[in-house]
Design a protein around this ligand. Structure first.
Ligand code: MG
Length: 466
């Protein structure tokens, strides 16, 4: 613990920037290795340790028992691109133009991406002397200037956007029910080069896992490493390797989750085998809630309302586990945290310089992780595109607008006065209590106004045409 605090003080003396920051050498570092495992469209209720009755996730269940299971952990957007921008930068995506009402994510014909001046997890840790590797889905711009290798990562191996994009025209509407890799012409990339197209999606979870385990072994005896392992699944179309065909009582969707669980087991076992488990922080979470439009092909948010694309809890709360044996206090944390918080938290733990020249929305969760202290986070702003739909402070959440799942309701419903829910008494957001608490609503309105005043206009990256 003491070494971490000393490193943090040292880091405060170090400037951070795009080119000029000093790099420390490996033997000067005492920070942990870090692995962030990030799923795509995994629901709050899709893991055994979060209550799913027919999907078997023994490795994640064990990880949760040995680590901290967070029950109120949020993403900053309910769809892929803005959620990933928030995780990488610790900033609401409104601050770097990575969210929009018109085009909610980046597409293969998009020309924008995460602006080069943004400081990602990779860049922050690289400047601290870490080896940094991105594996899997990126979705923050597929053009060369936006790829992970331009954003602080030493290497990249993965699919640069969603696995349902580039679908082959004329391929059957059944493409999601009986998916075939050939119907989705998505590229698999090594650094900035396409090495396979269409990517064989039946083996992507396996290959991403092997890549992550190879990197762990490769760095066993040299510098600390950061691996961002972002699975393309369980986003539709669903694929799993032959070993997991018909493995799960939950059907195809369960097979996919059980292969991801196997992957987690491989990563943790590799850390144990290399003796790095006591010096590695592993975080498991996902980018947004289940894609309910696809019915049984989509996941479950458990008792939470709605899913991907909405600002109801099911769209934005994710099953999250932190694991660092011997250092993290095991337990269940029923407090708020967010992917926004990873940048300052990992920065502090690694002794890296957290960017101080821009607005950060993330908070340092390390007191909760290391000492079981209350989480510093007591509020969340819920964006739908570039507009605030809801605000939470403490146990109360006000919805100013609502729109059910991704492709359901066409127009957002406007609520004035807003709907109000107590997420402790009513985590499923069933019982509006606005009439009883006008004072609470006023406080939440003020919080919304204050946040809006902190946002400066920037070029939108999702709708730009050049
Ligand atoms: Mg997603």
């Amino acid at each position: 613990m003491r070494s971490i605090h000393c490193l943090t003080m040292l880091a405060m003396l170090l400037p951070i920037g795009l080119g000029g920051a000093p790099t420390l050498f490996a033997n000067e570092l005492a920070g942990p290795n870090v692995i962030v495992i990030f799923c795509d469209d995994l629901g709050y209720g899709d893991l055994g340790c979060f209550g799913h009755p027919t999907i078997g996730t023994p490795h994640l269940d064990q990880m949760a028992a040995e680590g901290q299971k967070w029950t109120e952990f949020y993403v900053a957007a309910s769809v892929c691109t803005p959620s990933r921008a928030a995780l990488q930068t610790g900033r609401y995506p409104i601050r770097n133009g990575m969210c929009s009402m018109k085009r909610r994510v980046l597409f293969p014909d998009s020309t924008g991406g995460l602006p080069p001046q943004e400081i990602t997890l990779g860049r922050m840790l690289k400047q601290r002397g870490y080896a940094t590797h991105a594996v899997g889905k990126w979705h923050l711009g597929h053009l060369p200037k936006y790829l992970p290798t331009q954003h602080g990562y030493d290497s990249y191996f993965g699919i640069p956007y969603s696995n349902d994009m580039d679908f082959v025209k004329g391929s059957s509407k059944q493409r999601f029910e009986d998916p075939k890799s050939k119907n989705f012409n998505v590229p698999l990339m090594q650094d900035n080069k396409i090495i396979e197209r269409p990517a064989d999606q039946t083996t992507i979870t396996k290959r991403f896992t092997e890549r992550a385990c190879d990197l762990i072994r490769q760095h066993k005896n040299d510098q600390p490493f950061f691996i961002y392992l972002a699975h393309n699944l369980p986003h539709v179309p669903l694929f799993r390797s032959p070993d997991f065909e018909n493995a799960s009582r939950r059907g195809l969707y369960g097979d996919v989750i059980e292969e991801i669980d196997w992957s987690v087991g491989q990563v943790l076992n590799t850390l144990r085998e290399t003796g790095l488990d006591k010096n590695t922080l592993v975080v498991f979470t996902s980018d947004n809630g289940p894609w309910k439009s696809f019915k049984q092909q989509g996941g479950s948010a458990g008792l939470l309302r709605d899913g991907k694309g909405s600002t109801w809890e099911g769209g934005m709360r994710e099953p999250t586990v932190f694991w660092w044996p011997g250092t993290i206090e095991p337990g269940v944390v029923m407090e708020m945290g967010s992917t926004l918080d990873l940048l300052p938290t990992l920065g502090n733990l690694a002794g890296a310089a957290v960017p101080a020249d821009r607005t950060l929305d993330g908070l340092d969760l390390s007191p909760t992780l290391l000492e079981n202290k209350p989480s510093p986070r007591d509020q969340m702003i819920y964006y739908h595109g570039d507009e605030i739909f809801a605000v939470r402070k403490g146990m109360y959440k006000a919805h100013f607008k609502t729109k059910t799942s991704y492709q359901g309701q066409r127009q957002a419903a406007v609520h004035d006065p807003p709907l109000l829910f107590h997420l402790g008494h009513d985590p499923g957001e069933q019982y509006d209590i606005a009439k009883q608490h006008p004072d609470v609503i006023e406080g939440l309105r003020q919080l919304k106004t204050k946040h809006e005043a902190s946002v400066e206009p920037v070029e939108n990256q999702l709708t730009r045409k050049n």
